[in-house]
Design a protein around this ligand. Structure first.
Ligand SMILES: NC(=O)c1ccc[n+]([C@@H]2O[C@H](COP(=O)([O-])OP(=O)(O)OC[C@H]3O[C@@H](n4cnc5c(N)ncnc54)[C@H](OP(=O)(O)O)[C@@H]3O)[C@@H](O)[C@H]2O)c1
Length: 373
């Protein structure tokens, strides 16, 4: 099974791939045209490719024409088929993400597609390979994306481009949260908030299918609760209708849960923290609700509880082999049909603003994917 997933090249962080990439922006009719910065050089052909562009923070994205640049050593040009839409993508375009980006830039952290061209010194990737890739925070929502070869993984078997684009950020985060941070054991009970969202469903599915845990899903509507149950949760709580803490207490006969994976923050985090049993672990994944909760440290002491965090993307710099493993592992699980990521909505590239609104407006279930070509 391991042989079906290749992780290309030595692990190294992607640095500044888009830094200073844009030199000039001009409107040509309705289209925005951006030229690559001096020093990187243009491709000999003057063909253009389409990309979503954030030209101003907090403003709708535009679709523009980009001039391709020549590849540097170790780089690969991928023809993007699909890009994952993450909650964090719209935070980046609002200027509210922890890693700030100055416009103009193309958003998008992950993609699937086919290799169009390899640069000098690329050894493990070949033209025509089907790949899934991570673009280091931005650049994926375009017909073409350039990344270092070590940020690509081969797609084999029957995994579709749509499914593959749903994997890296959400499932990579989920598997590291469960395995590396919470160290979930078979038979333990895991409470997952925003459980029908992209990351939430990944946690639900991996926790139940791979880690053999019991999963209590917590989500913001009955429909989302039903979806989380379909992904493998054993029970579900609609936290807009009842107290999460009381309901978890009832479902666990007063014992509480071993692990919480929380992507919502605020009061939901606090209720989830209170739902932990002796020596429980809570992993902070995000703050989709908009509020960062403070941890009352007496709670940690009283029940010997651990509060942990995860910032998956940073593992690409701090622990590249672990980062690479997180993507290889979920690709292998997907190829073996042990997991089946649910893609709840697919949008065309030109409808990228609708896709962002769908996620930010709390309407999405499972992963939202942009179909690019
Ligand atoms: N730390 C990391 O490495 C990492 C990696 C991936 C994602 N994240 C974070 O995890 C969170 C979820 O990301 P995602 O891409 O998987 O998104 P998502 O779960 O698909 O969408 C966000 C979900 O958050 C819930 N939510 C609660 N209050 C909300 C509010 N006021 N506005 C909008 N949504 C609200 C909604 O679910 P309900 O209606 O069910 O409440 C919504 O569907 C984000 O904060 C993201 O930044 C962190």
């Amino acid at each position: 099974m391991a042989a079906t997933v290749r992780c290309f090249g030595p692990r190294a962080p992607l640095r500044g791939a888009m830094r200073g990439f844009f030199r000039r922006c001009t409107f040509q009719g309705d289209a925005l045209r951006l030229d690559a910065q001096a020093g990187l050089g243009h491709c000999s052909t003057r063909r253009a490719y389409r990309a979503a562009l954030c030209t101003e923070l907090k403003k709708p994205l535009v679709i523009g024409d980009m001039s391709p640049r020549e590849l540097q050593p170790g780089e690969v040009r991928v023809g993007v088929r699909c890009a994952g839409v993450n909650f964090a993508d719209q935070l980046v375009c609002q200027g509210q993400y922890q890693d700030r980006s100055d416009p103009p830039f193309t958003p998008g952290m992950e993609f699937s597609g086919r290799v169009l061209e390899i640069g000098p010194k690329v050894t493990a990737v070949h033209k025509g390979d089907r790949v899934v890739g991570v673009s280091g925070g931005k650049g994926a929502m375009a017909e073409e994306c350039i990344v270092k070869e070590e940020m690509l993984w081969s797609i084999t078997g029957s995994v579709s481009y749509t499914q593959a684009a749903a994997l890296p950020v959400s499932y990579g985060t989920a598997i590291l949260a469960l395995e590396h941070r919470a160290r979930v054991q078979p038979g333990e009970t895991v409470l997952v908030t925003a459980a029908a969202g992209a990351t939430g469903q990944a946690v639900v599915e991996l926790a139940s299918s791979i880690f053999q845990a019991k999963v209590i899903a917590a989500a913001g509507s009955d429909e989302k609760c039903q979806q989380a149950l379909r992904m493998g949760a054993t029970s579900a709580v609609n936290y807009t209708q009842c107290s999460l803490k009381e309901e978890v207490k009832r479902l666990t006969n007063g014992r509480g849960v071993d692990v919480v994976i929380d992507a919502v923050g605020g009061d939901i985090f606090k209720e989830a923290l209170s739902s932990l049993k002796w020596e429980g672990r809570i992993v902070v994944v995000g703050f989709a609700g908009g509020n960062i909760a403070s941890v009352p440290t007496n709670r940690l002491l009283l029940k010997n509880v651990s509060a942990l965090g995860i910032f998956w993307g940073l593992y690409s710099k701090m622990d590249p082999p672990l980062y690479a493993w997180s993507i290889s592992a979920v690709l292998q699980h997907c190829q073996a049909a042990r997991i089946q990521p649910y893609v709840g909505a697919v949008f065309k590239l030109e409808n990228v603003n609708e896709a962002f609104a769908h996620v930010a407006g709390r309407q999405s279930m499972g992963k939202v994917v942009l179909e690019i070509s």
